[in-house]
Design a protein around this ligand. Sequence first.
Ligand code: PFF
Length: 455
Amino acid sequence: MQREQWGSKLGFILAAAGSAIGLGNIWKFPYIAGENGGASFIFVYLICIAIIGLPVLIAEILLGRTTHRNPVGAFKALSKSKLWIGVGGMGVVSGFLILSFYAVIAGWSLGYIFEAIAGNFTIFNTGVLAAEHFNTLVSNLPWIIGYFTLFMLLTMLFVYLGIQKGIERGSKIMMPILFVLLIVLMIRGITLEGSEEGIAFLLHPDWSKINAQAILVALGHAFFTLSLGMGAMLTYGSYMSKNDNIPSAALQIIILDTVIALIAGVAIFTSVFAVGLDPSAGPGLIFHTIPAAFAKMPGGYFFSIIFFILLSIAALTSAISLLEVVVAYFVDELGWDRKIAVIILGFVVFLLGLPSALSFNVLADYTIFGKNFFDIVDFLASNILLPLGGLLISIFVGYIWGFDKVLVNLKEGSQNLFDNYPYIILTWKFFLKYLSPILIFIVLLHSLGILDIIF
Ligand code: PFF
């Protein structure tokens, strides 16, 4: 059967931006920026995105577009070595793992839409009350498993319908809605009395907080937020046409991802400060502090519904890309039918996610090194497998594939860029070959705790 392609370049960009823009942008970025020095952290983060994010993103899309394969097939097409094929396999495993816990959190977001509609947040006047409500919900097995299941079914539906009819069409509808909802929330936030303090918190630089730890957090986040290191962008790139300009598409994806993270930060912190809540709630910011902030502001009932719809859409378009990596492998390499693959693999991810969902209730006390099952899978995938995958992908494209072949393939669709700005390619080569591998290696050592032992 003929392999599908995106119907248009815009379709690819929206789908890839949909993968990138997710819980990482709306849940994680605001709180890590808040904890690590606001504007100074954002400055460091932008540098990380430019010197690692962009070069690795281009490399991943290029691997996909050249081979028209999933991560395993892509390495198989370019190398005989089992090691490199194994790197593709690691991407598929990461897809399973990340989706299994990502869908649990996304399920909370889905459940919170209905909590907001039922008016259950309007009674909170402190973050503590909202946190208690959150704890009651996640201890309720039918609630947590029910919404996790619903979210998985939604994700499966889009992947089941295929590239153009499912993922592309879904992204073309959902991404514009996401942009509009976020702008509405930002306007609500900045028009609240006292919102300046929130903007100052996010945008006022505090250079004293920029230390090695903050830089490593920024580097690690650059990876997760751009969906790099596990072949999601490679797989999306594999449905791209040879006429499309990869560097320009990659730049657009990065700009969208960054702008959305910044707007989300502004929307969240203006609201939190205007109603006098604690901005440093860390990971609890979204599910504890935000409902309480909405409860206290004019129109909060309406805006809380918008907020959780926004968060759910962002999570859904990312989850779709995670499932697509896994499905593409079984379809391309093992010859499975797409629809059957989606049903079977979606169910496997569901089973794998159950212990993560139970980590917040019945399995909460089962920990290893203080981490429950959810924390372990999250740590293994986000902090180890993604950077390791990214490191090996940059080494493969920088050294193993053969740089003249890399350039020939990259030039397709972007000849003008090469002719007019040859130094851009030289810079990319330098970043990919030298800077990215070294910096990613340091992040990996940090994740494994090896840096702490040395210093
Ligand atoms: N980029 C997504 C986010 O920021 O939430 C998470 C993600 C999606 C990571 C897809 C990796 C991936 F392959």
